[in-house]
Design a protein around this ligand. Structure first.
Ligand code: PEP
Ligand code: MN
Length: 338
């Protein structure tokens, strides 16, 4: 249910509505709009009666939300959400570029790459300190030591840090050291982790599961938002198909589909989406053309020696060229960068 307040409704009228919602054992979610305040209601297991709220002073209308995801849907909030990561806005007119290696491998490697991507115009730095690897024998990440290296990157380059948490323990550590927490494809339906992320003070970068439908993806985001953390931005990173010319099949069609149904920003990750260096730049351009709010791309200064995802990491020089392409493309699709 969505309660739409009258234009100019008083604080007291808004408080009366939220108290009524709480008294019913439900959860109110204030959604400020340009013209009027709305209050989303979650926690009900059956339909609510609109009349019960429409009699309250200052209420213009109570609307049933037909979609299974409520708070992330455009039915509840028509305007695009902009999520601030440190001082960087994600969503809105300006494209955002997240760049960095797959993993923090050492201080020297991470700082060298960070300086190069910062110089080329990246907005946020990424690198995993906790790596969810397919094999238990693969490099699992440097953990806390990696997070401390990432803090040094922020100090030296000014770039805010996005890094993955794989469980509740790593979530706590990431919260102490980073600017946004990533939930990876393998954890997109880890519901206890999603609920924990919903209680985090950090924005959440939620990647699509490798076989998740659009509804499942948005429901995963709803798990986070329903716990009170409204700062979620999404990422398409490719899905499993029969195709074997790429690691995953990058589903760019989900970008306009998400934009139609949800107000949340959506980025595209052409690195995991293709798995092959030579395909990353063309698909990054395509992501911007199709209306993504930005890209996340893996960059490594010595990909042959990378401890994870070397074959899909582009070189710093390729990244700098890509940034030039994106600036040119941005203007064609009503965006800007730089
Ligand atoms: C990553 O971003 O390095 C990563 C592990 O991505 P995904 O969860 O999409 O596989
Ligand atoms: Mn990776």
């Amino acid at each position: 249910m969505l309660i739409v307040m009258e234009r100019g409704a008083s604080e007291e009228q808004i408080r009366t509505v939220t108290e009524r919602v709480l008294a019913l054992g439900l959860r109110p979610h204030p959604i400020p709009g340009a013209e009027r305040m709305a209050i989303g209601i979650t926690g009900n297991h059956g339909p609510l009666d609109p009349a019960e709220f429409e009699i309250l002073p200052g209420v213009q209308q109570a609307i049933r939300v037909t979609k299974p995801y409520k708070l992330v849907s455009r039915e509840v909030k028509a305007n695009d959400t902009v999520v601030e990561v440190g001082p960087v806005p994600v969503g809105g007119k300006r494209l955002v570029v997240i760049a960095g290696p797959c993993a923090v491998e050492s201080e020297a490697q991470t700082l060298a790459i960070a300086r190069q991507v910062a110089e080329a115009g990246a907005d946020l730095f990424r690198a995993g300190a906790f790596k969810p690897r397919t094999s238990p024998y693969s490099f699992q990440g440097l953990g806390l030591q990696g997070l401390k290296i990432l803090e040094r990157v922020r100090r030296e380059t000014g770039l805010p840090i996005v890094t993955e948490a794989v469980d509740e323990e790593s979530m706590e550590m990431v919260e102490d050291h980073a600017d946004a927490v990533q939930i990876g494809a393998r954890n997109m339906q880890n519901f206890s982790l999603l609920k924990r992320a919903g209680k985090s003070r950090l924005p959440v970068f939620l990647k699509r599961g490798m076989s998740a439908t659009l509804d499942e993806f948005l429901m995963a985001a709803e798990y986070i938002v329903s716990e009170g953390n409204y700062r979620v931005f999404l990422c398409e990173r490719g899905v499993r198909t029969f195709a074997d010319h790429t690691r995953n099949t990058l589903d760019l069609a989900i970008v306009p589909a998400v934009k139609h149904l949800s107000h949340l920003p959506i980025l595209v990750d052409p690195s995991h989406g293709t798995g092959r260096r030579e395909k990353v730049v063309p698909l990054a351009r395509a992501a911007v053309a199709v209306g993504a709010d930005g890209i996340m791309v893996e960059v490594h200064n010595d990909p042959g020696k990378a401890l994870s995802d070397g074959p899909q990491s582009i070189l710093p020089g390729q990244f700098a060229d890509l940034m030039r392409d994106l600036r040119a493309l941005a203007g064609l699709v009503g965006r800007e960068h730089g």
